[in-house]
Ligand binder design. Structure first.
Ligand code: GAF
Length: 388
């Protein structure tokens, strides 16, 4: 589906007395490499996609938000002064963003809004960050004179996940959705907040996602457990080295990890091992990209998949299967993308092998699981913005 301004405007007019407001958009994201590193203070390498969320918003002169989800055909209204907010998660994202913007001193008032998205739900492409970033950007524009900087807007979305949804996510998804730039990936150092744009124009290769359609859902998943494991290991290292500033796994070394291995136990050791390796792989991928060495980039992607599957244990049978198909088709690089527990693989494939790969993936996946996976060609797009 290619979502247009008109899709949203026509429903807004229908639901809110024929009047129009302002329209904003924010994208989902891909991530080339650097998974589960964000909440460990490491590096990530995402880019915004052209699929995203579009919302029309008009202040209504009350203290109420009246919200219509076009995709779910669901309507609710809630007071911005209420502590509890709505129950349904698609409205809670908006409520959380409103409350967090208010906490930053933005004089948010009531508004009418209709919203829709074309980021496939549950694909691990961060439809929730798109929703949060869209409203954070919009409220900053409508009520805050755009005084809040972009990184703080990303943190508003992240805080919404933590406090209103219950997912202790890192900053990658909201960062990418707010800062995205057409044709560019971004390397973010999640410890310092520094980032740089990397033009993404791989000569002779392309990125394609294969969506297993196994629903990726972080709410209620062991995502938070993974984060707890990492924090536990970082704390164990810190206790042994009070002289060093150790806040996250980013501040630890392979030697540190071996030192606490027995104390933290096999499972948490494996989790941390993956994170330390992934931290190095992001930097290796950046070097390889600068040297135009896509084979090296691909090799790192396969290593990430292996680690996410065996050590971090956030894969599933269907994603491992798609990864094997990629290898069999000589795809340069392939791995699970995003939080895991379902969703997509991201694949770096030479142009001449593309068609055979997607045909084979569809055919073999269908033969095994009874339904075709969905092929999503990656186009790197812009971040949160006002459309009209
Ligand atoms: C999810 C989270 F929201 C991100 O913060 C990140 O941790 C990712 O999983 C894994 O890299 O998308």
């Amino acid at each position: 589906m290619k979502l247009t301004i008109d899709d949203v405007r026509s429903r807004f007019i229908k639901h809110f007395n024929g009047e129009t407001g302002s329209i904003y958009a924010a994208p989902g994201r891909i991530n080339l490499i650097g998974e589960h590193t964000d909440y460990n203070g490491g590096f990530v390498f995402p880019g915004a996609v052209t699929q995203g969320m579009i919302a029309e918003i008009k202040p209504n002169g009350t203290r109420k938000v009246r919200a219509y989800s076009i995709d779910l055909k669901d309507y609710d209204e809630f007071s911005i002064d209420d502590e509890k907010g709505p129950r349904a998660s698609h409205f809670r994202y908006i409520f959380g963003v409103v409350r967090e913007m208010m906490a930053l001193g933005v004089p948010v008032e009531g508004f009418d809004t209709a919203f829709a998205g074309d980021v496939p739900n549950g694909a691990g492409m961060s439809s929730s960050a798109a929703l949060e970033s869209c409203y954070a950007f919009a409220l900053n524009d409508l009520f805050g004179d755009n005084k809040i900087d972009k990184m703080t807007l990303a943190k508003v979305g992240q805080a919404t996940e933590h406090k209103y949804i219950g997912v202790n996510c890192g900053i990658m998804d909201q960062f990418a959705s707010v800062h995205g730039k057409k044709g560019n990936l971004m390397r973010l150092d999640c410890r310092s907040g520094e980032f740089e744009y990397f033009p993404w124009n791989p000569k002779g290769y392309r990125l394609v996602l294969i969506n297993s359609c196994v629903k990726h859902e972080l709410v209620g998943s062991p995502y938070n457990d993974r984060r707890n494991s990492c924090e536990k290991v970082a704390k164990a290292v810190a206790a042994k080295h009070p002289d060093r500033k150790i806040e996250t796994l980013r501040d630890t070394t392979w030697e540190d990890l071996e030192e606490v291995k027995d104390e933290v136990g096999e499972v948490d050791y494996k989790r941390a091992k993956f994170v330390l390796g992934e931290k190095d792989r992001v930097l290796a991928v950046c070097d390889a990209l600068e040297a135009g060495d896509y084979e090296k980039v691909g090799e790192m992607m396969y290593q990430t998949h292996e680690g996410l599957s065996k050590d971090y244990e956030v894969s599933c049978e269907e994603l491992d299967f798609l990864n094997d198909v990629a290898r069999d088709c000589s795809v340069t690089g392939s791995r699970i993308m995003g939080g895991g527990f379902g969703g997509c693989t991201i694949n770096l494939v030479a142009n001449e092998l593309y068609q055979n790969f997607v045909d084979t993936a569809k055919r073999e996946f269908k033969a095994k699981y009874g339904k075709e996976p969905i092929v999503i060609d990656v186009v790197i797009g812009d971040g949160a913005r006002k459309l009209c």
